[in-house]
Design a protein around this ligand. Sequence first.
Ligand SMILES: [Zn+2]
Ligand SMILES: [Zn+2]
Length: 139
Amino acid sequence: MENTGGCMCGKTRYKVTGEPVGGVFYCHCNDCKRQAGSAFTIGAGFLAENFVFEDDSHVKTYVTVGDTGTNMDRVFCGNCGSPMFSKTSLIPGVLYVKAGSLDDASWVEPPVEIYTKDKLKCAEIPSDITRFEALMPME
Ligand SMILES: [Zn+2]
Ligand SMILES: [Zn+2]
């Protein structure tokens, strides 16, 4: 399995090979919400040794501290701010790609959600709401 991905401005691009390891999950933690500016993020674990940036000249890391007191490296494009992956020394050798950065995330179906203690009501999307394939029609 080979996945490519990148940021919004296109200056930061990556390739990651191999099957996901360490889980594919929704994360509802407050730090992920802040970083994404959204209700949750989706992480997909891969071996760090299988991940390579095509160009890392804009890559930046912001370090947060998780509840266990362990550092979480939050790696993003310093030009446009798009998150690329997170990595913690709790789980050495694995990084968690932000699924929204993948070029093709159609295979992503997380079987797990974590940090539901911080989960927002709006993160549960009711199946009976009105849906539009693209923009909401203007009147
Ligand atoms: Zn960028
Ligand atoms: Zn999180």
